[in-house]
Design a protein around this ligand. Sequence first.
Ligand code: FES
Length: 511
Amino acid sequence: MQITSVGHAGFHIRTAAGSILCDPWVNPAYFASWVPFPDNTELDWDELGDCDFLYVSHLHRDHFDAKHLAEHVNKDALVLLPDYPVPDLRRELEKLGFHRFFETEDSVKHTVTGPGGDVDIMIVALRAPADGPIGDSGLLVSDGETTCFNMNDARPVDMDVIHEAFGHIDVHLLQYSGAIWYPMVYDIPARTKTNFGKQKRQRGMDRARSYIEQVGATWVVPSAGPPVFLDDELRDLNDDHGDEGNIFPDQMVFLEQMRIHGNAGGVLMIPGSVADVRGAELALTHPFDPGVIYDDKAAYIARMAERFAPVLAAEKATWAGPEGSLLEPLRELFEPIMKQSDLICDGIGYPVGLVMGERTVVLDFPQRVVREPVEGEGRYRYGFRIAPELVHTVLRDREPDWVNTIFLSTRFQAWRIGGYNEFLYTFFKCLTDERIAYADGWFSEAHDDSASTELAGWEIQRRCPHLKADLSKFGVVEGETLTCNLHGWQWDLESGRCKTSKGHELRSRRL
Ligand code: FES
């Protein structure tokens, strides 16, 4: 098997049966905030796009690059499709001209046939509203000699199913760095922000190491991030100036973490690096010395920023203007969604302020209405300050998901009193009837908390109340606090109260 990195979460996997192109991302994403790092524009994209199979793990814009897929990828490729309840990914690919689909079944091994023969694949589909835009996935590929697990940024909860289907994994490709707007956009004192950032940075790497242990692959390739921020307004987000609260550590930082923890299987791949893998043997070639990127990363980023300046300017020129009322269009979009999602609106539980330039609009979730602020209402418990241009743009483009557009752009500020509110972000990513119906139904399903596990003198429910991670593997107890390393949520073990978000109580008892 030959695995070529094509940047970020993208890989080109060549087997005797045929080639699989995974998550090719080239064009700036999320209002031009994210750009692939290191630069991958110099690759021969027409050759890479002439693939037999295409795998797009999910609809996040750093995995699904519509422009690039339209211009450079073979429309006759057989699309390996994750088993998602809402078929938005298939629809988007159909719009681009893809017409051959292999619908996989979640966590089931399939054999697909390419021009050179058969190859085994399996797609693990994550379907919780919190996973991607209602769906994220990882791909396993085995040619009989080598097995590769491309986990990208998916967070599967059951590793047994992978080992049962494929046995030993030779190469594991996974995310280890941040891909979120927290804590940078929050209105909090600088020192608190640095502390939160430090925790977030370390947790991301701890989670990756926990996955590495559970998957037990011979070789591990850190991938799927971090992006680089090239706009002057956002340049400070890059981990190139010794900020310990930066949540975007790069490949070198994580490979060092692996070494510190005694794992020598880390492999650095940059766009164009080729790994020839035969079971446990791996031969690696780079297109050029990676020192060009990492020895003086700030200078490398500065050169990229110069090259990309016209691309970013062209992208900004496509945004809508700041003028025009927002109350009516927001009411038209949000109120019907609010009215069909009782569980989510009650879960949010309070009015949320949207400050857009001079105007404020209130999303009154308890009343299911979008309205003007009321005199003396005071500060909202949760709020966002977003440039009106961005809101006009997502409304103009009928975007069904503000996470996949505005929030991941990090071009906004937020404040909150109390914990993170998962229901709120779920609402913003479900702005179609189909998505909200699915998400509301998902939350209303009873979660299984019947099984227990023991950790550091406590009996606790085995499955995390958030997204059912196995707490015997992801749970860490410090004092009376339990942290689930899958997403870093915390619980007070004495009371079972979730310290991170509303609801989500945990069953726990001191032994
Ligand atoms: S599954 Fe998300 S914090 Fe446990």
